[in-house]
Design a protein around this ligand. Structure first.
Ligand code: HEC
Ligand code: HEC
Length: 346
């Protein structure tokens, strides 16, 4: 009798699953990000809590060319873990070998940042993720229905969506939410600098001098790239040009004062993410340091924090080396090798 009962129970179970009852998919397990007290609270929308299953789905979507119109390019084609989720070329290739005019930025500690893209045109990771999906020079789709259809007929995604969101229905909001959840887990807090702050390792004399140059008026890097996140989540014209090809933040605000202003990128893992600047114009950290040492070009919108225009920082070659030595303490090997962030299809 017991056997019959269990057969009936199994039939009921499968029957209700056919109707996509939420319970069939299990309840996603919440994840709490751990981060230092110097970080702001994560911008985690209440309607998209981070869960193990959501992150797992987002990680698959991030690495899967299924999101591109011709199944060739994924988010990870341009945001590679080994380069701290940036790219090692000036401009990256999208679908049809098309090429953009901005350098692919890193994705590091994005959970704690408020604006995305060089001009900050997106104010959440959920919004941001939609842009590359339809951008002609990135994933190049025409509409959501074709993207959703590819996911629906795939052999893995109905189950992954079910686990992540409690039902098998696939829609655009869930796609974007899952990608954003995965991106929020890309936390880097274990560089030599972090270990030094925690009292676990010592700095060399050169690194200490570099830190002092960085965090005092001497080099004055810390105002725009403050200790902690190493980005102030804001926009500045740091004097790269006297005239602008790319108007940067102005494209979003139409405020003339924003011409030539770009998001201060985080300097965490800067060793891995060459080339540098919104247009990838500098191939090495030495070139970047030489640029700041030269002082930058004047223009009506140059940031007042660029105090040495036309004068330069006047760092000696030893001081430049020390500044670089400090910047290299921001490398976090455990981040670029973290197995939770690798390609799940490998
Ligand atoms: C063809 C290369 C390419 C592909 C593919 C691509 N990106 Fe990007 N990504 C870029 C570039 C270039 C920018 C800067 C765009 C800008 O400033 O207008 C960017 C910006 C970003 C940012 C902002 C980072 C910051 O700190 O401002 C995030 C996050 C991001 N991409 C995530 C994604 C996701 C998620 C996908 C897949 C859905 C994706 N990207 C696909 C090249 C790419
Ligand atoms: C006025 C604010 C400001 C100051 C001061 C400043 N930066 Fe920057 N930094 C920026 C902005 C904005 C960018 C991006 C500019 C662009 O791409 O157009 C940037 C870019 C960089 C980059 C390239 C990062 C990347 O991912 O491409 C490095 C490295 C860098 N800064 C290091 C420094 C150092 C070292 C100092 C001190 C000597 C310094 N910055 C001072 C605002 C500033």
């Amino acid at each position: 009798m017991d056997r019959y009962l269990s057969v009936i129970i199994i039939i009921i179970f499968f029957h209700s699953c056919d109707k996509y009852e939420p319970d069939c998919c299990g309840t996603p397990k919440p994840i709490n990000l751990s981060y230092p007290t110097s970080f702001p609270t994560p911008y985690n929308p209440l309607d998209n809590p981070i869960t193990e299953e959501g992150v797992n789905l987002g990680r698959h979507l991030f690495y899967d060319p299924i999101l591109s119109s011709d199944n060739t390019i994924s988010c990870a084609s341009c945001h590679k873990q080994e380069y701290a989720f940036g790219d090692n070329t000036q401009y990256s290739f999208g679908v049809n070998q098309s090429i953009g005019d901005r350098n692919a930025p890193t994705i590091i500690n994005a959970a704690f940042q408020s604006h995305f893209d060089w001009d900050g045109k997106n104010i959440s990771l959920e919004d941001q993720a939609q842009r590359p999906i339809f951008n002609d020079i990135e994933l190049h789709n025409n509409n959501w229905s074709e993207v959703i259809h590819r996911l629906q007929v795939s052999s893995i995604y109905p189950d992954l969506f079910c686990e992540a969101f409690g039902d098998e229905l696939i829609d655009s909001i869930k796609v974007l939410n899952a990608i954003a959840q995965f991106e929020r887990t890309l936390v880097s807090v274990d560089s030599k600098f972090d270990q030094w702050l925690r009292g676990e390792v010592a700095f060399t004399e050169s690194e200490i001098d570099g830190f002092n140059i960085y965090s005092t008026e001497r080099g004055d890097c810390f105002h725009c790239h403050p200790i902690g996140l190493f980005t102030d989540n804001s926009f500045h014209n740091n004097g790269l040009d006297a005239e602008f090809i790319d108007l940067g933040r102005y494209n979003v605000t139409s405020n003339p004062l924003d011409q030539g202003a770009f998001k201060s990128p985080t300097l965490r893992n800067i060793e891995y993410s060459a080339p540098y600047m919104h247009d990838g114009r500098f191939g090495t950290l030495d070139e970047v340091i030489d640029f700041y040492n030269f002082g930058g070009y004047d223009s009506p919108t140059v940031d007042p924090l660029m105090k040495y225009i036309g004068v330069g920082l006047l760092l000696t070659s030893q001081e430049k080396m020390n500044l670089k030595a400090f910047l290299l303490t921001l490398s976090d090997e455990s981040f670029i090798n973290n197995e939770n962030f690798t390609n799940p299809f490998n």
